[in-house]
Design a protein around this ligand. Structure first.
Ligand SMILES: C[S@@+](CC[C@H](N)C(=O)[O-])C[C@H]1O[C@@H](n2cnc3c(N)ncnc32)[C@H](O)[C@@H]1O
Length: 216
């Protein structure tokens, strides 16, 4: 029995690692992983510097923010941290994983739903299924989006026009601004370069924070 459960845990982790390295994890793979490992990404114990930098970026670059949304809300920790820091009461979020969305709902009152961001990538004329917030967080998630996922965002030239169309679609999903944050060495600068090409600018280097003004 113990061996069977150890094997199950190993398979869950392996299927996530393989699907992330080669392409992108499905909702089922994410749900299995998150059900087996609450706080899989160790947000709570990895320190709050990233959240503080995101809150600072909004405070200094956007000013007043009455509502916050998150396109990959996970368990709600980043959204909750930034909302508390800025005194924002209206929050919303979506995520591919239903398990993550349920945890976010339990953690922080708000409007939540499951959603595959690839749907917005495929149809940039469509909209997110959450109320339009003042500021929308797009943090540590773009490497799951697009035909080759991680590889797509590591190479600026790959699917460039589709990625720019997707970033323009994101600009229409907020009233004031989109905060794009990815700190991985392989993605940070290439994602940042695209954000600049889409009309944004860099705000902070350590955590790789760029701001895209909302489309008017
Ligand atoms: C590395 S975590 C980042 C969570 C949070 N945004 C943060 O910055 O801490 C990636 C999140 O993206 C979600 N995700 C993966 N693929 C997705 C997709 N196609 N559409 C929406 N969310 C997705 C995962 O379920 C997970 O919650």
């Amino acid at each position: 029995m113990a061996n069977a459960s150890l094997l199950n845990v190993a398979l869950t982790r392996a299927s996530y690692a393989v699907s992330t390295a080669l392409a992108k994890p499905s909702a089922a793979i994410l749900d299995n992983l998150f059900a087996a490992y609450p706080d899989y990404y160790r947000m709570r114990i990895n320190g709050d510097e990233r959240m503080a930098a995101i809150a600072d970026a909004i405070r200094s670059e956007v000013g007043t923010c009455d509502s916050l949304g998150d396109v990959s809300v996970y368990e709600g920790y980043v959204l909750g941290w930034v909302a508390r820091e800025l005194g924002v009461e209206t929050v919303s979020g979506c995520d591919l994983s239903g398990v993550a969305v349920e945890r976010a709902r339990a953690y922080l009152p708000g409007t939540y739903t499951t959603f595959d961001l690839n749907d917005l990538y495929k149809d940039p004329t469509s909209n997110l299924p959450i109320p339009k917030p003042d500021v929308l967080l797009v943090c540590e998630c773009l490497y799951y989006i697009g035909p080759l996922a991680n590889l797509t965002w590591r190479q600026t030239w790959l699917f460039r026009e589709a990625k720019l169309a997707f970033l323009q679609a994101l600009r229409r999903q907020a009233n004031k601004a989109i905060i794009v944050q990815h700190f991985g060495k392989g993605q940070k600068e290439s994602i940042g370069e695209l954000v600049v090409a889409a009309g944004g600018h860099k705000v902070e280097d350590r955590w790789g924070i760029w701001l895209l003004p909302a489309a008017t």
